[in-house]
Design a protein around this ligand. Structure first.
Ligand code: AMP
Ligand code: GLY
Length: 449
């Protein structure tokens, strides 16, 4: 175990910076190579690869790995996974952490994932899949005006038309924005037009999943999977809406904390058995071996936990509080997942709670404005129990750090209680200044939601 290993980390966001910081703590790390030196945080700790990073020229990255004796490739985001980077970069003597393109379909094709869940009785909302906008709207209309019930049935059903409109989802990858939760039926029809006719999310919207509206608190349950063993990570809760009180548009995630007490141990055990294990088994029956992170977005409905979506990677920002709490060696853990030996690792977590507040640029999520100079980062980093990850900030020629993306920073505090973790994160946020900075003030404020 004492041999060092050269690692190539693919991806350029806050999640990857959190992974890089953790990789750097490993005694086993040889050289750390990165694909996104534009990220000021990654640039500080990794060496940029000197070849193009694209699936069309993947042979360049393969050659790079050979030349630089890369022993482990870690793929952060969903797009390269869906494109098949894991398939192409695996080689004798080189491990790749992340599922194959076939397995990543679980995230990249919501229609396929829904069918798989239904076929294996994995708890999830009822849904229909459409390739035609007209048929999709007719279906929504049938929900808006259900056939008249007679007599007793009508009394039992209560007020006709009280049903909430269903949720409209582009089946393909849409940077976390392809899900529309309409408040009225009119918005539901408009959502179908936006996705299928105006093609707001491109080809991702050539099929839609129309799903019953579920209610309840949400929780992110992530597991590391090695093909057959499953290691469930402590549950996290994300905050997807832009504004305090879960108002405003959906975003990639404005903050997350871990562990999330909203899910108790008994329910977590149900999710492990009925969702995570059941999904890995269902995939195996299709001839697909799953390796990497399996992330289940769960809604805790009155009828039990149900899957809203699967992701095939660490969540962003869930990765930040998870990495802040992980005490074990990340390289050991990722290598065990690649070699099917997860049952042999003993993973240790910091007992404290971690709370990550995302600071975003002016105009995020629709039209983030780039260029604002960020001040106070060094001061904020000095706080005990605080770590800062960079998502969308770059080092400029004149030596400043400037906003270069929508989500700019993740500020994570560790505390013995969630309140202490939040206070630390917010004290650090208050030190950081950039024009137009927006962040929620209520991350982790209501952990029982
Ligand atoms: P997804 O990307 O599928 O997780 O959806 C993004 C967000 O939309 C989720 O975090 C939920 O807040 C919401 N959502 C998705 N599906 C449903 C559903 N069936 N009922 C209610 N809300 C949903
Ligand atoms: N935080 C939600 C996601 O990564 O998809």
């Amino acid at each position: 175990m004492s041999d060092t290993i050269n690692v190539l980390l693919i991806g350029g966001g806050g999640r990857e910076h959190a992974l890089a910081l953790k990789l750097r703590e490993s005694k086993r790390l040889g050289e750390l190579w990165i694909t996104h030196p534009q990220n000021a945080g990654l640039a500080r700790i990794g060496k940029p690869v000197d070849v193009p990073v694209s699936i069309r020229e993947i042979y360049r990255l393969q050659q790079f790995c050979e030349k630089n004796n890369i022993g482990l490739v870690v793929i952060g985001p969903e797009d390269p996974l869906a494109e098949g980077y894991a398939d192409k970069l695996a080689a004798p003597g080189r491990l790749v952490f992340g599922p194959t393109a076939e397995a990543a379909r679980l995230e990249a094709d919501k229609a396929w994932a829904k069918q798989l869940m239904k076929a294996s009785s994995i708890p999830t909302g009822d849904a229909r899949i459409f390739t035609d906008a007209r048929a999709a709207k007719d279906y929504v209309a049938s929900r808006e005006h259900p056939p008249a019930l007679e007599g007793k049935a009508q009394k039992l059903a209560g007020k006709a038309g009280a049903e909430l409109p269903p949720v409209i989802k582009a089946a393909g990858l849409a940077k976390g924005k392809g899900v529309i939760v309409p408040s009225t039926f009119k918005e539901a029809y408009e959502a179908i037009d936006r996705i299928m006719v105006a093609k707001e999310f491109g080809e991702a919207g050539s099929r839609v999943v129309i799903e019953e509206r579920l209610e309840g608190p949400e929780v992110s349950v992530l597991a590391i999977v090695d093909g057959h063993n499953i290691l469930v990570l402590p549950p996290c809760q994300d905050h997807k809406r832009l504004l305090d009180g879960d108002k405003g548009p959906n975003t990639g995630g404005m903050g997350a904390y871990c562990p999330a007490p909203v899910i108790d141990d008994a329910t977590l055990a149900i999710v492990e058995r009925d969702v995570l294990v059941a999904t890995v088994d269902a995939l195996r029956r299709e001839g697909i071996e799953y390796k990497g992170v399996l992330y289940a977005g769960i809604m805790l409905t009155p009828a039990g936990p149900k899957v809203l979506e699967f992701n095939c990677r660490f969540g962003d920002p869930e990765c930040q509080p998870l990495m802040a709490r992980l005490k074990s060696d990340l390289i050991d853990l990722l290598c065990a997942a690649c070699t099917g030996t997860l049952d042999q690792v003993d993973v240790q977590w910091d007992d404290r709670t971690a709370c990550c507040v995302v600071m975003a640029a002016r105009g995020y999520p629709d039209a983030p404005k780039k260029g604002a100079v960020i001040e106070g980062l060094d001061d904020a980093e000095k706080y005990d129990g605080v770590r800062i990850t960079i998502a969308g900030a770059t080092r400029t020629k004149d030596g400043t750090t400037a906003v270069s993306g929508g989500r700019v920073l993740g500020v994570t505090g560790l505390g013995t209680t969630i309140a202490e973790a939040r206070d630390k994160a917010y004290a650090a946020c208050d030190k950081i200044k950039f024009e137009g900075a927006q962040y929620r003030r209520d991350i982790g404020a209501k952990p029982s939601r």
